[in-house]
Every structure is written in C-alpha cells, then in structure tokens.
Design a protein around this ligand. Structure first.
Ligand SMILES: Nc1ncnc2c1ncn2[C@@H]1O[C@H](COP(=O)(O)OP(=O)(O)OP(=O)(O)O)[C@@H](O)[C@H]1O
Length: 360
C-alpha cells in the first residue's frame, strides 16, 4: 500500500493544458475518486500516476519516493481500463496469469495466486473459459482480477463500469468496494458518474477543465459545494443569482424580487458574482399557508413520477423563477396537483450562497 502525492502537477499537450497546478494527497488505503465532466483531465491525471504520461511540471510521489519519471512497469500499480483491454482469445487463467509471467514468477506460485484471486472475484468456475465467451460483468471481474493479482500498491480504475447496464453497474459497484475493503488497497477511481462517486468514495476531487475545484468527503461535497459548478455537477440543485446588499447586510435575489435569509450569512463570500443553491429535496411545499422567512407563493407546473421520488416544478408568482422540488414517494395522496397554488419555503439553513466558478 502507498500514499500518492501530486505536487503542482501540470500536463500540457502542445499548447493545450489538460491539467493545471494540481496538488493532491491520497492517503494509504483510501478510496479516492476523480469526478468531472468529459475532457476535464481525470484520465490524464490517472495516467500520470500510472506512468503512461509524465507531467510537464510538478512531482508524483508514492509514499516518500519520487516516481515522476519512473516507467509504468516499475511502479507496481494495477490498472483497469474502460474497455478492459483483455486478450479475448486467451482463457481467464491466461489473462490473469499474464502479469505474473512477465514478472517471471514460478509456475506453482502463479497457479496459486491466480486461483486465489479468481476465488475472490467469484470467477473460479470460469477459469478455463475464453474471455470472449464471458458476459460484460464477468469480463470486468477478469480485468479486476488481473489488476489485483500482482498485489499492486495502488489500484487505478478508469471508468470501469461505463460499459455495463444499470443493474450490473450497481452490482459491480458493491463488488469493487468489497474487494477494495478486503485488500485494503489504495484505490483511485475515475468517473463522470456522480452516484458512483458519492456511494463509493472516501474522498472525491471534483475536476473541471483541467482544474480541481474541490476535494472532500461525499457529504462535504454535496452539502458544502465551494462554487456553482460543484453544486450543479453533484446532485441536482436550484441555482439563482444573488447580490450582497452592503447597506442592509443581506442577500437579495433579483429573480425572486426578495431578500433571502441565509444561515450562516457567510459574509466572506460577498465579493464577485454570487449564486444561491438550494437542493430540490430541501424545499418545503404546502397547500396550507407557511410562515417564516423565504416563503413564496407559486403554481405547480409539472409533476413527474420516477418511482422512488416525485419531482414537482413550481413557478413562483411575480417572477421568472421555476423551482424544482423533490419528495420521496410517500403515496398518491401526497402528490402535488398540476396547476394547484402552493406555498414554498426555502429553509435558511439549507440555502447555500456560493461564488461562481472561475473560468480559466
Ligand atoms: N495525448 C493527448 N494529446 C492531446 N490532447 C490530449 C491527449 N490526451 C488527452 N488530451 C486532451 O486533454 C483533455 C483532458 O483529457 P482527459 O482524457 O484527461 O479527460 P477526461 O476528464 O478523462 O475525459 P473523459 O471522461 O471523456 O475520459 C481533453 O481535452 C483531451 O482532448
């Protein structure tokens, strides 16, 4: 097991900067996720940790050891690629044994280690099957076994579940977590799927166009996003422009035409353009009159049923604002009716005022 330290990492391809000034410490045994939209630099960063790319600037360390320009085969990392990169005409055994053969291990040791790891990923019955005759989920397990069998210090997973259907993705998510806990291995996981990131990670780094926007635990990232990009990318949220009114010491929403009570008021965020973010599940709605701060009258425009949840879109009176509200499905008697007039409250403790993300 190793910790990974990235100090001031920049990666340029010609004139294009794919990753900029990245500082990051991943602790031993941690499940750490790089999350962000397509093209934001997640894979490039992972490849610099694997050694497939060397950084243009900055240092990569495993524990205290400088690995910045060490070749991939001398890093002892196990990597699982998005397309698995298996040898289709070899058997499961041959695929998994490959890395050990390259490392010139003895035949008996190879056999034992391959059988042990196939037991762990529950593929022992398929040991002699050709990889091309396996399902997507089974191939994914072979790729995991192949990465784990070399007993890597660090496991690197690049969008490993993106080729699987939704049900299999759920199953493999649990499977990867189970293996990670069993081996206690430092794991770095790349995804653009926020649910994968939130459910699996000890900590997440949120990337956007080559920049790391925030590092934190799933609950920190979801509940205390540092800017509008993070608030919008992780989960769903209602975002509205707000201004800080110095004279009255309060936030004002032009869209809602009203001052907005916020606890705590966070005056350090009063410089530059600001947004308020409120999660759809945090908004209170009632057909009965509501009292207190941040109460608005609105009309229900649309009600969408997803099975476990009900989403309602509420147009606030005398404004252009439509708020999305989400409630767990508590039965048909609780669904809002389209066109009904309702009271909406944005609880001050749930409103978060954040700066707009800087555009680089
Ligand atoms: N070898 C390369 N040469 C030139 N540009 C590259 C190279 N590799 C990546 N890039 C560019 O760097 C940027 C970041 O790419 P990267 O693959 O790291 O993104 P990503 O966040 O992993 O995206 P995705 O989720 O689509 O895989 C992209 O704009 C990409 O086109």
């Amino acid at each position: 097991m190793s910790s990974v330290t990235l100090s001031n990492i920049t990666k340029r391809f010609g004139n294009f900067t794919a990753v900029k000034d990245l500082d990051l410490v991943i602790e031993e045994g941690e499940f750490f996720t790089f999350l962000g939209p397509s093209g934001c630099g997640k894979t490039t960063t992972l490849r610099m940790i694997a050694g497939f790319y060397y950084p243009s600037e900055g240092k990569v360390k495993f524990n205290e050891k400088d690995m910045t320009t060490v070749s991939p085969e001398n890093r002892n990392t196990g990597m699982v690629f998005q397309n698995y990169a298996l040898f289709p005409h070899m058997t499961v055994y041959e695929n998994v044994a490959f890395g050990l053969k390259v490392r010139k291990k003895k035949k008996a040791e190879i056999k034992k280690r391959v059988e042990d790891v196939l037991e762990k990923v529950r593929l022992k019955p398929f040991i002699d099957r050709q990889v091309s005759q396996l399902s997507g989920g089974q191939q994914q397990r072979v790729a995991l076994a192949r990465a784990l069998v070399i007993e890597p210090d660090i496991l690197l997973l690049d969008e490993p579940l993106s080729n699987l259907d939704a049900r299999l993705r759920d199953e493999m998510r649990n499977e990867i977590l189970r293996l990670q806990r069993e081996y206690g291995i430092t794991t770095i996981y790349v995804t653009h799927d926020q649910v994968e990131a939130l459910t699996m990670s000890d900590r997440i780094a949120v990337f956007n166009v080559g920049n790391c926007q925030q590092i934190g635990t799933p609950t920190e990232i979801y509940n205390q996003p540092v800017n509008d990009f993070v608030a919008e990318f992780i989960g769903e949220t209602n975002l509205l422009d707000v201004d800080w009114k110095e004279d009255k010491e309060e936030f004002y929403s032009e869209g809602l035409n009203k001052s907005i009570a916020v606890i705590p008021p966070e005056p350090e965020m009063s410089e530059g353009p600001l947004k308020m973010s409120i999660r759809p599940e945090a908004i209170q709605v009632s057909e009965e009159e509501l009292s207190g701060p941040n109460v608005f009258l609105g009309n229900v425009q649309l009600v969408q049923f997803t099975g476990e949840a009900v989403h309602s879109f509420i147009a606030i009176h005398e404004s252009d604002v439509t708020l999305k509200v989400t409630d767990l499905n508590k039965g048909p008697s609780t669904y809002l009716k389209e066109n009904a007039q309702v009271y909406v409250q944005l609880p001050p403790s749930q409103v978060r005022v954040v700066p707009k993300a800087k555009k680089e």
